[in-house]
Ligand binder design. Structure first.
Ligand code: PMV
Length: 324
């Protein structure tokens, strides 16, 4: 029986997805916009089998995690009108302690490998819609470069669309992951966003501001204006994190060291280096800068933060098959 191996790269949002208007179908409140990265990816192999099994990073998955995984495979099977079971092996290629979530790359690679093994030949929009059902941000990892997740009206049109048809970025951009902590976060993005949507009075203001931020971000990207891209992304991330302080109970993903790294980025900026930051549902910082300056900026960061791990990433490709 043939096996299919797919690769999908992780993506980092410049304009954040932070809240579902429909938790079953994972339909977001606002459009989001991300950059797919070359450095961090998941490689997943799928093959038809007598029962569903899942080996992640060399270890068999069981219990609640396996149920979550088979529930997602059920969505793919229902779509393909098949009841075939699958054996899946998945490996995350994220440098140790990069502090980057792998759910986007993981679910995107799984969607491609599993649908192929189920004998489905899907288009990228179909793959994006299905990946969304596993983890919202995964729909963006189907494509490379800059990608917009259009919130859509329902399941049929809530999907990602690449900004450039060839998925190439003309903007010279890189992201430096600065690892503040590699501990698993106490509040998952799923739980954090649902508490925020339900209780934070700041949430509607965040959603509203994302509409303007997306427009401005697309303009900045098409103008190749990295300064604007960084400024809008930084402000958007801070607005997302502000919503969590208004939640009941209030919470925050910041650690003391997070504020320290932010201070270092701001000082570098005052000293003439073009760099901004963004952060997701955890304490780690991603520094946005020009690809051509990423080494220099990483050296400066390392000088100021000698104990923290850094990893430089550039724009990466969309999900693709590497063998079958
Ligand atoms: O797709 P999820 O459930 O892992 O949520 C991702 C949420 C953020 O990373 C914080 C923002 C984003 O748009 O990726």
């Amino acid at each position: 029986m043939s096996s299919y191996t797919a690769i999908a790269h992780t993506n980092i949002a410049l304009i954040k997805y932070w809240g579902k208007r429909d938790a079953t179908y994972i339909l977001p409140y606002n459009n989001s916009l991300s950059l797919t990265l070359d450095r961090f990816y998941t490689e997943t192999t799928a093959q038809v089998a007598t029962k569903d099994t899942f080996v992640l990073d060399g270890y068999p998955v069981s219990g609640a995690a396996l149920i979550k995984f088979t529930n997602f495979l059920d969505i793919l099977r229902q779509y393909g009108q098949t009841d075939q079971k699958l054996a899946i092996r998945s490996t995350n290629h994220v440098p140790t302690a990069a502090g980057l979530a792998s759910s986007a790359s993981g679910l995107a690679a799984l969607t491609l490998a599993a649908t192929k093994a189920l004998n489905l030949d899907l288009t990228k929009p179909e793959l994006s819609r299905l990946a969304r059902r596993g983890s919202g941000s995964a729909c963006r990892s189907i494509y490379g470069g800059f990608v917009e997740w259009q919130k859509g009206h329902d399941d049929s049109d809530s999907l990602a669309v690449p900004l450039a048809t060839d998925e190439q970025t003309t903007l010279d951009i890189a992201m430096i992951a600065v690892v503040v902590s590699n501990q698993a976060k106490k509040i998952s993005s799923r739980q954090g966003m649902s508490n925020t949507v339900a209780t934070s009075p700041f949430y509607p203001a965040f959603v509203k501001s994302c509409e303007a931020d997306i427009k401005a971000m697309k303009q900045a990207i098409s103008n190749n204006d990295l300064n604007q891209v960084g400024a809008i992304a930084e402000a958007n991330a801070l607005k997302m994190h502000a919503t969590t302080l208004g939640a009941d109970p209030p919470f925050s993903y910041f650690l003391p060291e997070t504020l320290h790294v932010i201070q270092v980025v701001k000082t570098l900026r005052q000293n003439g280096y073009l760099c901004y930051f963004t952060m997701d549902a955890g304490p780690n910082i991603k520094v946005i800068c020009a690809g051509s300056q990423s080494r220099t900026i990483a050296d400066q960061l390392k000088k100021a933060l000698p104990n923290l791990d850094l990893a430089i990433a550039k724009p990466g490709p969309g999900a693709h098959l590497i063998s079958h």
